[in-house]
Design a protein around this ligand. Sequence first.
Ligand SMILES: [Zn+2]
Length: 232
Amino acid sequence: MKRIVKKDGKILEYTLICSVGRKNVLLQALPEGKVRVYAPKNARLREMDSLVLSRWDWIKDAHAAYALEKKKNAFNPENGVLIEGRCTPVVFCRSVKNDVKLLDGVLFVSMPALDNQRMEEEIKKYLSKLALSKIREALELYAPTVGREYGRVTIREQKTRWGSCSGKKNLNFNWKLILAPKEALHYVVIHELCHLIHFNHSEKFWKEVEKRMPEYDIWRKWLRTNGRELKI
Ligand SMILES: [Zn+2]
């Protein structure tokens, strides 16, 4: 249930969740200004209100920290964007039509007005298309060495995976591979293609990967170490 507490003319809303199994009270300050209190079934509402009031400053500090983190992670064109491992400057151009172009190592983004969120979306769309074309190029390069048929090739927004090969031999790739150095993208393409030979991560599978990219382990480790930093 939603509850509201007041202090110095300011209000704070929190969600109270009472359950039979719970013995103690747990208070959580969550992102986006949310507060949650887990309490035993017979908890007194007034006591829960005063608990929230007593932690008022702590909750406000936690919410401010979340907001700062969000601001720090927000897309900022002044920082440029990573494309194939290189920091690429972003130049905004005012235009009635939305358009993104990569020219001589500079990303030109045309939009009616400067809006960082819209710009982030447009760049993401552009980079997903660029990722698909670079992945197709790599597939054309390595698929003949594997000699097996594959199905559809799709680009996805994935949190934890760089690529996957389905039982139906469809290949999926993470759009963020375009942010990584070219070799990392090639390693993932080779990795998924080799799953067409061995649908597992056996020693034989890794031998097939190594045949096509002797230094594959460098890029496997690179993605493991730097993958989380790959964002625009
Ligand atoms: Zn795999």
